[in-house]
Design a protein around this ligand. Sequence first.
Ligand code: HEM
Length: 519
Amino acid sequence: MTPTTTTTLCFLALAFYGIRSILRRIFSTLDSVPGPASKSIITGNLSQFHDLDDWGFQQELEENYGRVVKLHGFLGDRHLFVFDPVALHHILVKDQDVYEEMPKFLCLDLLVFGRGIFSTMGDDHRKYRKTMMPAFSTLNLRGVVPLFYEVAERVGTLLPQQLDFNSISCRTSLELIGRTGIGYSFDPMLPGQEQTDRYARALRGLFVTAFKLQLFIPLLPILMNLLPPALRRFLINFIPSQPLHELRDLVDLTDSTAAQLVKDRKMAQEGGKLDGSEEGKDIMSLLGMHLADDELVACLSMILFAATDTTSSSMNRMIHLLALNPEVQHKLREEVLTAPEHLDYDKIDALPYLDGFVREILRLYPPVPVMFREAMSDITLPLSTPIIGSDGTIMHTIAVPKGTSIYVGLAAANHDKSIWGEDALEFKPDRWTKGKADSVETKLPGIYGNTMTFLGGGRSCIGFKFAQLEMKVVVCVLLRSFSFSKPDSGIRWRKTGIMPSPYVNDEPKLPIVVERLRA
Ligand code: HEM
């Protein structure tokens, strides 16, 4: 970017934030909600919150203030970090039409993917959701279990030649959704071969690149209202910003590839070239019956995106935890070895220690630790436990002004000691098998195991059964033949975007010692 363009864009962004936050400051009812002091008059607490390595700040929010915490945004803007169970129920379920997806993210999703489940609200969103849900039902998943095994067994052929498990998780998660979702193989997963698919790389690059433009994302709703699509597209060519051009090219690539996949699939279907096992079973066939081609292309890219980074993050966590906890690994292998080699959906689901292991990973280390919402009108937020305001008043409810950004603390609710007990921050799969987790009294509004990992309400994750099945099949297959140990002591989990990923130095990596077990 030239200095003049950068200065103009910065000026516009600052003017926008400045006017908005001055107005919000004058009319804010959130001042007495306790929270950490602002660290900077420009960025408030945002740099701490989004710091790649600062997990301590998140923990401070979880432990030091109460279950609704005030954060400072740009230029003194007030945000709320929430993990109170009753407040969460109101935000995600009861008043979900008031606490909507942030308009700036809806616009970003519309630009990146097109019109579909991520980029719409209200009735339109409900329509896409209703169309997509059956593709992820237990009934449909039962039919694709053999494909899960096939991919997981190919993972086995890559071990122990390749010791960076991070690259294996990324390849596996994309291949699984590719094969089961759209009947497309992104990766032969052969020993000694790197993944070369351009589409796969582009999908992975989308949000990393969009993140580089985060200062300007809040301007999207205004720009999209002012400028028609063709003019926006034309103007991008004249804005000398490398990340913007990169994003445009990535979107072009993902869009044209998804369009080609849809076209090929339709031709194969019409020409009777799909084999009987593929016909009508995968996500693309099911969605194709209800959506127009452009909607199908958008939904396809959204599903591939939603199903890759999240599941590779949890698969990485799974292997890292196995390597760190040999006794858990031993117990799990014993359970797996006493079961037949290939299990159907219900039998996999019925393995108790495996189920507790997966639930505990997803509770303690949710791949999406926080979600964002915005109050679309002034509204009262009830609390389960009153908080003491910084002016000494006892607050049973909070008056939330229109436009307030809400940080939904998924990890914070999953770590809450008043729900899970004093050992809430410890990794204990047995808490699920011994009934302790089921007997917790406080109910969270999440859709899975009383945790918030897959959210709750009308925008909750529709792929949560798919994600668990993936983790379970992969671990079942790998534990039969391999042991995992000695994780590199330099592994540290960083927030990439908001998703935790393993790094060694500045490289995404999960070096683990993998050994083949003797038969
Ligand atoms: C461990 C893995 C996963 C986690 C932790 C996870 C988590 C989430 C969360 C927190 C949301 C809410 C996002 C929001 O409100 O903006 C969500 C939405 C969604 N997820 Fe997942 N997800 C996972 C895997 C998957 C998989 C495997 C698929 C598909 C195969 C999927 C498909 C979706 C879709 C389509 C939505 C949008 C739902 C809507 O807006 O109505 N997810 N997911």
